[in-house]
Design a protein around this ligand. Structure first.
Ligand code: PLP
Length: 234
């Protein structure tokens, strides 16, 4: 087999294993598989992998860096839904708003304003999630503290060109993720009192997708389990 066919077989097998884990978690939680969107996180991997994933039926892909994300979006095109997951500088937000369909990592009002201007300039509608951080011991992490979810959510909801989609978190490293995912779901229920359409709960990665499905996640962000271990930090 050629390298491309090897890679295709590898990604197909990994995707099938991941899909099996998601279905088993849904069964255990009494949930339906179609309540959940699998976002395959392709950061650090080439656009050719995204093309293979597209052929395998993947629609949603996640990236965490600009311009890497934009280069892949240009190469692969608009058939995919592009999810931006990473820390985002205000001066790059306009560029990201041109190709991203959803930004999971909105954690300050200044960023809301920049994304809004970018979405308006590109005549696009951009769904934004508020990233919540539950790691009080590590103030350098991305995300708002739970008490500030409302401020950022209201700003998104009022911003032209933006749609408030819901909430996202990354479980603190080394912690049991379950209580944090439960907390995120409670915050989501609170949020929906004011914003009934903000139903997205983005939680769960390769290591903790089962806990996220049990807690009630709607979007899983899975990288390593599908693409393989990343060679460097990403
Ligand atoms: C890289 C990344 C993921 C995917 O993590 P894996 O452990 O590779 O599944 C999910 N969410 C965010 C925000 C990421 O940066």
């Amino acid at each position: 087999m050629s390298g491309v066919l090897d890679r295709r077989a590898e990604l197909a097998a990994n995707l099938a294993d991941t899909e099996r884990r998601i279905v088993e978690a849904c069964d255990a939680a009494g949930r339906s598989r179609d309540e959940i969107t699998l976002v395959v996180v392709t950061k650090t991997y080439p656009a050719s992998d995204v093309e293979i994933l597209a052929e395998l039926g993947v629609v949603d892909v996640g990236e965490n860096r600009h311009p890497e994300a934009g280069d892949k979006a240009d190469a692969v095109g608009a058939a995919m839904q592009w999810h931006f997951l990473g820390g985002l500088q205000t001066n790059k937000a306009g560029a990201v708003a041109r190709y991203a369909d959803m930004v999971h990592s909105v954690d300050r009002v200044k960023l809301v304003n920049s994304l809004s201007r970018g979405a308006e300039a590109a005549d696009r509608s951009l769904t934004c999630l508020v990233q919540v951080d539950f790691d009080a011991t590590n103030p350098g992490r991305a995300g708002v503290v739970p008490a500030d979810v409302g401020i950022v959510a209201d700003a998104i909801a009022q911003a032209p060109g933006l749609v408030l989609g819901g909430l996202m978190t990354v479980a603190p490293l080394g912690d049991d993720p379950a209580p944090h995912f439960d907390h995120l779901v409670r915050l989501s229920i609170d949020l929906r009192r004011d914003h009934p359409d903000a139903t997205i709960v983005s939680a769960g990665m390769s290591g903790d997708l089962e806990a996220a499905v049990i807690a009630g996640a709607t979007h899983l962000r899975i990288g390593r389990s599908v693409l393989g271990e990343r060679p460097s930090n990403g």
